[in-house]
Design a protein around this ligand. Structure first.
Ligand SMILES: Cc1cc2nc3c(=O)[nH]c(=O)nc-3n(C[C@H](O)[C@H](O)[C@H](O)COP(=O)(O)OP(=O)(O)OC[C@H]3O[C@@H](n4cnc5c(N)ncnc54)[C@H](O)[C@@H]3O)c2cc1C
Length: 289
């Protein structure tokens, strides 16, 4: 197997196009596990870690930009994370263990496309986009449109996730919860990321974006649940009516994979309802603090 070390995104993209059956290597926490298990056998790995400035996280006027090589630890240590993006911090804290968080990149987490990946659901709930670089040009894609099936994205040959762009939203808060069998060293049985936001002049009620991970082969947004949540008016009776409506709806409509290694479909459906309730309560608490 060849080991190639480009010094620019253009060079990396060219190498991907010119070398048959080649793969990008970032932190290696998925790629090396897959390789050792014999599930992949690339002719070449293209290590992008020597490309300058790809590990930056920058706060711009109305967005947070995460470079392709920013790790989970970089995110957790980032001092200027806007309060409304707290779901990113929640997800980072749940992720793997110390050593894995030091290597694993957020872009690699998206590109590997595990159904229960922490940042798939989180970035979808936060309405993030991936900036995708190739020598043929740059395109921006909502993270929501990145996935085809477990382990497969719409990225084409020669394409690299260069940045992840998260818009900042006034009057919003977010949260992330997961259920797992073991803390830290296991992927989520199911996870839930949720953003709550008022419209610009804060006249109407709260609106929501909700995304579940590991509830299907790709992260799933739940527009019907989003509508149901917006009926909560702050009273306890109304909230419990809405949450029980959501739980019944999930029992009828969610369709988790029967072959999941971590939990039976029924368990996942019940856990999904509980996580949505937890995430929604946390968001409401964050909005009024
Ligand atoms: C012990 C252990 C615990 C883990 N725990 C968790 C966990 O709790 N939660 C979780 O979500 N994941 C977990 N993982 C999975 C893994 O750490 C993540 O998916 C990680 O974020 C992948 O990033 P990486 O930089 O290591 O990617 P790599 O392994 O380098 O690459 C992964 C895939 O993405 C491609 N790729 C990488 N970067 C890019 C890019 N910029 N553009 C396009 N393609 C790219 C590679 O070619 C490869 O196919 C765990 C893994 C291990 C080994």
């Amino acid at each position: 197997m060849k080991y190639l070390v480009p010094h620019s995104l253009a060079e990396a993209s060219e190498l991907l196009l010119d070398t048959g059956n080649s793969m990008l290597l970032a932190g290696g926490t998925d790629l090396l596990v897959e390789k050792r298990a014999g599930r992949i056998s690339p002719e070449a790995v293209i290590d992008i870690k020597r490309i300058d400035n790809l590990d930056r996280i920058t706060l711009q006027e109305n967005r947070l930009v995460i470079g392709a090589l920013a790790t989970i630890t970089d995110l957790l240590r980032y001092k200027s994370l806007p309060e409304e993006l707290e779901a990113l911090h929640d997800a980072g804290k749940e992720f793997g263990c110390y050593e894995i968080r030091n290597r694993a990149t957020i872009a690699g987490n998206l590109a590997h496309a595990s159904p229960g990946a922490e940042f798939g659901s989180t970035l979808i709930a936060l309405n993030a986009e991936a900036e995708i670089f190739s020598i043929r040009g740059i395109r921006n894609l909502p993270v929501e449109n990145l996935y085809i099936k477990a382990g497969k994205t719409v990225l084409e040959r020669g394409e690299i996730i260069a940045k992840i762009i998260i818009p900042l939203r006034n009057n919003s808060a977010s949260s992330y919860f997961r259920a797992s069998r073991v803390n830290g060293m296991d992927m989520a049985v199911i996870n839930c990321a949720l953003q709550g936001f008022y419209d610009n002049n804060k006249t109407g009620g709260l609106n929501y974006r909700v995304c579940l991970g590991a509830a299907a082969s790709v992260p799933v947004r739940l527009p019907e649940v989003e509508k149901m949540l917006s009926r909560i008016d702050g009273t306890a009776a109304r909230s419990s009516e809405v949450f029980s409506g959501i739980k019944s709806y999930l029992l009828k409509t969610l369709n988790p994979r029967a072959l999941s290694l971590r939990a039976a479909p029924f368990t996942k459906k019940v856990l999904a309802g509980n996580l949505i309730e937890d995430a929604c309560c946390k968001v409401r608490e964050r909005l009024i603090k």
